[in-house]
Design a protein around this ligand. Structure first.
Ligand SMILES: Cc1ncc(COP(=O)(O)O)c(C=O)c1O
Length: 393
């Protein structure tokens, strides 16, 4: 059994979790095995003893190499968040003054990265699976469009990814992936992160693999790598013996070594994490298949879903009531993706009147059930049973 009850409090199959704040089943929970913890603490001790550098050193380089190999790209560039990964891509592609089309149904960070790099976010509608709708994207392309950014919401790699990539290739636009949620997901044997010119991943604490905080860009473009590696260190490049030479505008987006140590171990476990998440999803599928008032958002054919989120649409019920009633039973619903789309956010007043009907519907009606590697089968069944009971009333 890969997941065990340990002094660190990790759940194992068949044993329910009871935390101190009354939460029986949390929305998510990271997993590090005892071997992971031993490896990380041993290497970190060496770093603390001064045997190697604390930031952006040998383990970051190793993590980049292994992550690129896993995704299937030539290169990866580590940084300190998913947001900085996306901003590095946008800056390296020099999108300043140009429009980038993105789904409105995404996290604020996707738009932040574009804005911080001087670009103009243009919000498009999504399809029923919550990822970009290529038909709406086409309508949004103008003379000033430079890129389309697909977001693999909840870990789903939508069929629209391939269509959008073709649209970009035909029109000489950049195809960028926000793969913040899609570690290990794939479509037709191509992994999220390997479709476009570059992709940004997040290793925030809730993600399928985590370094606490952290990010990674994957790309096949060596010129972009040179720029992004400079930009993550204030835009510096080495001139002769000197390093205080700033060729680009940059910032401090470096990854600390301890984060890379976590990342190396999480990457080694990612296959197991995804396998278990798929087992959990299967249980939910089975337990909920006869509930006619919900629609389960299923992965595409010929795809691997990492099940960062298990998403359902509540067709007839008030989401707030369902949320509160699950919480009353000690079940923490997983975070929404996303409850208020970007075009309705107060920070974008000029976009507030935009009509993106599918986005508005799925944002308002979707619901994410708890899912994480160490979740016991009986806890999955308890969540499903609770949901069935709540939806009956
Ligand atoms: C879709 C999406 N984009 C970008 C980000 C930003 O990642 P981070 O929180 O690591 O900056 C996240 C993560 O929260 C995300 O879910």
């Amino acid at each position: 059994m890969p997941w065990q009850v340990t002094p660190a409090g990790v759940t194992c199959k068949g044993i329910s979790l009871q935390t101190s704040n009354g939460v029986k089943i949390p929305a998510t929970k990271p997993y590090f095995s005892e071997e992971d913890i031993a490896f990380i603490t041993e290497k970190f001790r060496e770093i603390l003893q001064g045997k190697s550098f604390l930031s952006n050193g040998q383990y970051v380089a190793q993590f980049e190499k292994e992550f690129a190999a896993f995704i299937g790209t030539k290169f990866a560039v580590a940084c300190n968040s998913g947001t900085s990964a996306l901003e590095l891509i946008c800056r390296a592609l020099d999108i300043s003054g140009k429009e980038v089309i993105l789904p409105s149904n995404t996290f604020m960070a996707t738009a932040n990265a574009i804005l911080n790099a001087g670009g103009i976010p243009v919000f498009a509608d999504c399809a029923d699976n919550m990822c970009l709708d290529e038909n709406d994207v086409i309508k949004k392309i103008t003379q000033n469009t430079i890129a389309i950014m697909q977001v693999h919401i909840g870990g789903i790699v939508s069929e629209s990814t391939l269509k959008l990539k073709k649209i970009c290739d035909d029109r000489k636009l950049y195809f960028i992936e926000d793969a913040a949620q899609a570690h290990g997901s794939s479509l037709k044997n191509i992994k999220a992160g390997a479709f476009g010119v570059a992709a940004g991943f997040s290793f925030f604490s809730t993600k399928v693999m985590t370094t606490g905080e952290g990010g990674m860009v994957t790309t096949n473009d060596e010129m972009l790598v040179e720029k992004m590696k400079a930009m993550r260190e204030f835009g510096k490049v080495k001139q002769d013996i000197y390093i205080n030479y700033h060729k680009y505008m940059g910032y401090n987006w470096r990854m600390p070594e301890v984060a890379a140590l976590l990342g190396l171990r999480q990457l080694a476990s990612l296959g197991n994490f995804i396998k278990r998440r798929n087992e959990i999803a299967k249980i939910y599928d089975q337990e909920l298949k006869e509930v006619s008032s919900i629609k389960i958002i299923k992965p595409e054919a010929d795809s691997i879903h990492n099940y960062f989120k298990y998403i359902i649409i509540l067709k007839d019920h008030d989401r707030r009531t369902v949320h509160k009633e699950l919480e009353a039973r000690g079940i923490q619903p997983s975070g929404y993706v996303y409850e208020l789309p970007l075009h309705k956010q107060p920070v974008f007043p000029l976009a507030n009147d935009l009509k993106l009907p599918t986005t508005e519907y799925v944002s308002a009606h979707h619901f994410c059930l708890p899912i994480f590697y160490g979740m016991a089968d009986e806890d999955v069944k308890f969540v499903a049973q609770s949901l069935r009971e709540i939806l009956k009333t």
